[in-house]
Design a protein around this ligand. Sequence first.
Ligand SMILES: Cc1ncc(COP(=O)(O)O)c(C=O)c1O
Length: 365
Amino acid sequence: MNTPLFKVFMPESVIPKLQETLFSGYIAEGEKVFELSKQMREFVGNENLVLMNSCTSALAIALRLSGTKHGSEVISTPLTCVAANQAISSLGANVVWADVEKETGMVDPSTLEDLITEKTTAIMILHKEGDPAKLDEILTIAHRHGIKMVEDAAHAIGAEYKGKKIGSYGDFACFSFQAIKHITTGDGGALACGDPEDAARARKMKWLGVDKEKTYAGSPWLEDIDDWGYKANMHDISATIGLEMMPHLQSIIDAHNRNGRLLDELLQGVSGINLVPRSEEHFSTYWAYCLLVEEREKLMKKLADHGFGSGQIHPRNDRYSLFAYANRELPGVDYFDPRELAIPCGWWMEKEDVGRLADVIKSGW
Ligand SMILES: Cc1ncc(COP(=O)(O)O)c(C=O)c1O
């Protein structure tokens, strides 16, 4: 495949830095993680950001901070990575499926109110492929009912909603630095909290109840542990990789955005496909380029023949027997799921590659 759907960005400068960390005598959560936390807080514009070992851990911790426990209900979308919905399962809580908008594949705010019960603790939403979801509408509904909004921002580092960075407002936003995201730390994630008290609890929850960012006079294990936590911290090996990514982060995001917007332009009016509507008001990170197409497999084959990767990234999660208890009618999902196709638009593509990709699609399938 000449132009894959995803590609790992890895600067050469990682090698000497990793060598230094690996042989430094210390590889656990330490100075590298603290430095990356500082830089990531500045980038997102939120002091209350906590690095973790994955977005899945960040989502589970955000849900716990929302009061989710055994028997709670969390409203979520089936059109996401199963990791997000398993974060709900991991707490013994139940998923309640929200339907999605036929145009965007994202949670339809107008369907939410009817799903809220006295057991609901949170609404979990996805900024699909880095397109900001309808935050104001959803946050208003959540807060009207005294519940939290948890944003799955796995694809949305650097995305902006009405001029504000995702993660800089709202209750909780969870980022991923897993292998195929805009930047990677091997595996990794971050939880950005709206409330500093939540961030303080999250710092403890990610490391067995101990806040490693605090300085202790003696052993932290001699301090009281008042909350149970996970072994979900980031370590210095991952953070060393992350620190070498940071100088490139904005230009990677800008390249995705430039290519995505070019595809928006070039694919306008092509018969057989529908484009996802996007607003000038927001800044999308176009992690991949999502479109709706009839006879998806045929187009995938044609794209593969021309060296372009493509596919459906997250098949609907209500297909899994794990969630059989939550089955309900979801006309928006029924429409979106069989038509959804992701095509590449990442930093590894030049303007000419985007043009060739659009030409292949325009020539029919
Ligand atoms: C939408 C979405 N949510 C959550 C995750 C989980 O992220 P992580 O692998 O960092 O746990 C992913 C992908 O990995 C994802 O694509």
